[in-house]
Write a protein that binds this ligand. Structure first.
Ligand code: GLC
Ligand code: CA
Length: 562
């Protein structure tokens, strides 16, 4: 284990407290329930939890409408329960990062209530107002089809207020220094209670200029440095993980040229092109996405990688033809799609429950450049419930066993229905069953996580996409501290044979397979010939298993590659 920059070789697990485990039998998951499942999570091998919002909220957007930043929603427990939970994580060496939702508040937040009541209120300027409805109010809505405008009339305030998201989520005026000071206070509060950082929600909107006069919002990147400095003063190894679905040309702005802004950013570019590659077996756009999102390494910067999360699979950055290809493969029906840009299903049903395909997808999550972020339930291949609205379909309770309500609660009426019946029902898909089955997806995931942790080259190293002569096969070589790892993936449902020049000119070393016994020696021409079965994948070490005897020490995160 490498002690420093823990997030570069972490395995992050994302969950919502409300749908994980209900300890007190009211049908809603809570911190006590989650705490009882920490041994499960530790056994799986995750090293960091990312909790969705759990603060008091009217819960009209899965908690992304916060009504009090300094508390725990009573549905989930108390601040005392939170501290017990965070202590229990610390005992197990598991870190916790939490959602920081500060682009907007709930309209029920006392700040907004005060602001709308009284134009003289000090909170008035914490939000964004206009006397007239701006002409571009119908533009830039985030949830097309559900949300109509970004400016809504507030009767009490007798003014329009700006909301980038739903109308019950008024935007905070984040340029206001008082608001900024308050946001730092919020971060300081949770750091004191034991968290190791924040997943910053909707960052491009947080830092955008806002107001009726703003035609083209500008990003105020300096704000990110302010957040970063504060967090690191308070807790040296705390990190910020940005949700910023932006173009590769501006990614670097979120990291900062000197690595002085966000340590981590989710890689949406790779995510979308990965799904295109899975749908089409054409890995070229994915390889390009990897190249254009290459961050200078080694350094403190790191990508967060994911397959699915709590939102829809956003395909908005693909070309229309590419998007259609992914829709056809993974979400052909209208009710599987959402907001004209994405697919709202879980991973396992998208991949037709095909174990070979699922392993391929997960193997990629664990071997592309960055830190893997898993979604709860994906380790057992949970499904979705398309009868639920919008993104709720992929947020159903965790399926623990084949007992009533999947072992999630003793109540008859859980927060969202537990998926029951059919190929993905809790009767068939549950953690208890899978842990008894040596070949089950759960145990496979546990083993792959274990191996991933032993390959810090992937999280830390430099990478090179190697030519394979086949569009369906992607080969990536990682180098770090005199050690090298090679991963090869066949995206096709047909077998492929490839010849790889792994080591440039010199004599290529033996490839030691890390997951099975078929090692590979170079042929006379120095190249390695591999036959990959449909959806086949390989993890190799170059040389031999004495690599730890050969590993050199290096600067911690330090110097950038020039
Ligand atoms: C982010 C969240 C999403 C939420 C939105 C508004 O995109 O991931 O779930 O609806 O922000 O807070
Ligand atoms: Ca409960």
């Amino acid at each position: 284990m490498i002690k420093d920059l823990w997030y570069k070789n972490a395995v992050i697990y994302n969950l919502s407290v409300g749908s994980f485990m209900d300890a007190n039998g009211d049908g809603i998951g809570d911190f006590q329930g989650l705490q009882r499942r920490l041994d499960y999570l530790q056994g799986l091998g995750v090293t960091c939890l990312w909790l969705g919002p759990f603060q008091p909220s009217p819960m009209r957007d899965h908690g992304y409408d916060v009504a009090d930043y300094y508390n725990v929603d009573p549905r989930y427990g108390t601040l005392g329960d939170f501290v017990e939970f965070s202590h229990a994580c610390k005992q197990r060496g598991i870190r916790v990062i939490i959602d920081l939702v500060v682009n907007h508040t709930s309209d029920q937040h006392p700040w907004f209530q005060a602001a709308r009541k009284d134009p003289e209120s000090p909170y008035r300027d914490w939000y964004v107002w206009s006397d007239k409805k701006p002409a571009d109010a119908h533009q830039g809505v985030v949830f097309p089809g559900v949300q109509k405008t970004t400016w809504s009339w507030d009767k009490e305030a007798r003014a329009y207020y700006f909301h980038r998201f739903y109308d019950f989520q008024p935007d905070l005026n984040t340029a206001n220094p008082e608001v900024q000071a308050e946001l730092l206070k919020v971060m300081g509060f949770w750091i004191e209670l034991g968290v190791s950082g924040f997943r910053m929600d909707a960052v491009p909107f947080v830092i955008a200029t806002k107001g009726p006069e703003v035609k083209k919002p500008k990003q105020q990147f300096d704000m990110l440095r302010t957040f970063r400095e504060f967090v690191q003063w308070r807790c040296g190894d705390a990190v910020l993980l940005a949700e910023a679905n932006v173009l590769p040309t501006v990614d670097q702005e979120y990291f900062g040229d000197d690595g002085d802004r966000m340590q981590m950013v989710f890689n949406f570019q790779v995510n979308q092109n990965l799904f295109y590659a899975l749908a089409s077996a054409d890995t070229r756009p994915l390889a390009k996405a990897l190249e254009v999102t290459r961050v200078p390494r080694p350094s403190t910067n790191q990508w967060g990688l994911f397959l699915r999360n709590h939102d829809e699979l956003d395909l908005g950055r693909l070309t229309e033809a590419q998007r259609k290809r992914v829709f056809d493969a993974f979400g052909p029906d209208k009710d599987m799609q959402l907001y004209d840009r994405g697919i709202r299903r879980r991973l396992a049903p998208m991949l037709h429950g095909d174990r070979r395909w699922l392993e391929l997808a997960y193997s990629l999550l664990f071997t592309l450049p960055g830190t893997p972020v898993l979604r709860y339930g994906d380790e057992i291949g949970m499904g979705d419930d398309l009868s639920l609205p919008e993104r709720e379909c992929a947020r159903t309770p965790m399926q623990w066993s084949d007992e009533p309500q999947g072992g999630f609660t003793k109540a008859d009426d859980p927060v969202l229905p537990v998926i029951s019946g059919g190929a993905f029902g809790y009767e068939r898909i549950n953690a208890a069953h899978q842990r008894r089955e040596p070949t089950a997806l759960l145990n496979w995931t546990e083993r792959i996580i274990r191996m991933r942790k032993e390959c810090p080259e992937i999280g830390w190293g430099d990478f090179q996409v190697l030519p394979t002569g086949s569009n369906a096969v992607l080969a990536i070589r990682y180098d770090w501290r005199n050690n090298s790892v090679l991963v090869v993936h066949n995206f096709d449902d047909r077998p492929h044979e490839v010849a790889l020049a792994v080591d440039g000119e010199g004599k290529s070393p033996r490839l030691v397979n890390l997951l099975a016994e078929d090692h590979n020696d170079p042929e006379e021409d120095g190249r390695h010939r591999l036959v990959l079965e449909p959806y086949g994948y390989r993890w190799y070490r170059l040389g031999g298993l004495d690599y730890l005897l050969r590993r050199t020490e290096g600067p911690v995160g330090g110097a950038k590659r020039s």
